[in-house]
Ligand binder design. Structure first.
Ligand SMILES: Nc1ncnc2c1ncn2[C@@H]1O[C@H](COP(=O)(O)OP(=O)(O)OP(=O)(O)O)[C@@H](O)[C@H]1O
Length: 358
């Protein structure tokens, strides 16, 4: 996904700079008729939050907390059980479909694959809210379609059948279709799910740029926590009890909320580094002496082997001392010095070694 140099052609986005999404006392869930009576199954209730224009808002939460249900409700695809969700003051649940399509693009996880369409034709569908009665694309529409394909690094997929694309390629095309729509707001449900690591970073970067440069409201759910905490302007964090916490990534981290919601028996959140580490057996502390480019790798290898590496600059005593040299790695544990020719050999040794008994 390039997107960086290529500015999208001017569209409707950014026309109204007062708005964004506003949730007020919103309740979302499912209602169905059973034995002639309406049975309501709420998933989330009492949600109050905003997603501003020009900001990249990321929706986080453990499995089954209601992220997709919330996004579908914001998209106007299912009615709220209570309260309102407005985009630029317009209640999308009550708006007519054409009006909604001009304002809002949605990229959901569950979608039918239009098998006979080519990638280019699929992306061109994004222009339909703007093409009027005939549905014919103008030269300006084609420019937008080409831009959207290029922004998602999907120009080479323009002539390929969507049915013959991989999951990741399809994800790019559906996202390009949303870009081609040039909406005021884009909602995306797990947009990075099928993408490789560089495409994930590129897509999140593109979404953030779109928000900033075009004044678009972008709300995306993801399980890609570490990346989300790096790129989001605002986080909507759903906890296990269905409460929605909002703030910047640093605010929610400092309040201990990210750690509380996602830390489990095996996973622990390190607020300073903004990363999750696997909690395992702790063998003891390890001091690392290595060049700056090698030290983080060495620390991570030791940590996976069950040691607790000292932070760089911490010169306090440690159970294990590891020093990188030109011929490999020297370890000193309980007075015994050993030499390990490679990082792999050191890691295997560290996983077996035991700290001195107290
Ligand atoms: N069509 C449906 N009818 C009834 N209940 C549903 C329906 N779809 C989802 N649910 C329920 O709503 C709750 C929230 O589901 P939802 O898919 O919104 O969660 P999620 O946070 O997106 O989960 P995940 O992270 O696993 O994708 C779950 O308990 C789920 O079983």
């Amino acid at each position: 996904m390039s997107g960086s140099g290529a500015a999208p052609p001017a569209g409707s986005a950014g026309a109204d700079d007062t708005g964004g999404f506003a949730l007020s006392g919103l309740a979302v869930g499912y209602a169905r008729r059973r034995f002639g009576r309406r049975a309501v199954q709420p998933v989330l209730s009492g949600l109050t939050a905003t997603a501003r224009r020009g900001e990249f808002t990321v929706l986080l939460g453990p499995n089954g907390t209601g992220k997709s249900t919330l996004l579908r409700t914001l998209a106007g695809l299912q009615p709220p059980l209570d309260g309102t969700a407005r985009l630029d003051g317009v209640d999308l649940a009550a708006a007519d479909p054409d009006e909604r399509a001009r304002r809002l693009a949605v990229v959901l996880t569950e979608r039918e694959v239009p098998g006979l369409l080519t990638g280019g034709e699929l992306v061109a569908l994004g222009r339909h809210p703007h093409t009027g009665y005939t549905g014919r694309l103008t030269a300006a529409d084609h420019v937008v379609v080409r831009w959207a394909l290029g922004a998602m690094d999907a120009a080479h997929l323009a002539g390929r059948r969507v049915a013959e694309c991989s999951d990741g390629e399809r994800q790019r095309l559906f996202t390009a279709r949303a870009l081609a729509q040039q909406p005021s707001a884009i909602l995306l449900d797990e947009p990075t799910a099928f993408l490789d690591v560089s495409a994930r970073v590129a897509l999140t970067g593109l979404l953030r740029r779109l928000a900033r440069e075009q004044g678009v409201v972008v709300v995306a759910s993801t399980h890609d926590l570490e990346l989300a905490l790096r790129v989001a302007d605002t986080v909507w964090l759903l906890d296990h009890a269905g409460r929605l916490h909002t703030g910047t990534p640093e605010e929610l981290t400092a309040a201990g909320l990210v750690g509380t919601v996602f830390t489990g028996d095996d996973l622990v959140f390190e607020p300073g580094a903004g990363v999750f580490t696997v909690r395992g057996e702790r063998r003891g502390t390890a001091a690392v002496d290595a060049p700056a480019d090698l030290a983080p790798l060495l620390r991570r290898a030791l940590e996976r082997a069950g040691w607790r590496p000292r932070a760089s600059g911490d010169t306090g005593p440690a159970d294990l001392a590891v020093a990188a040299g030109p011929d490999g790695y020297r370890t000193e544990l309980d007075g015994a010095v050993e030499h390990h020719p490679t990082l792999g050999a050191l890691t295997r040794w560290a996983a077996e070694a035991r700290p001195p008994r107290p």
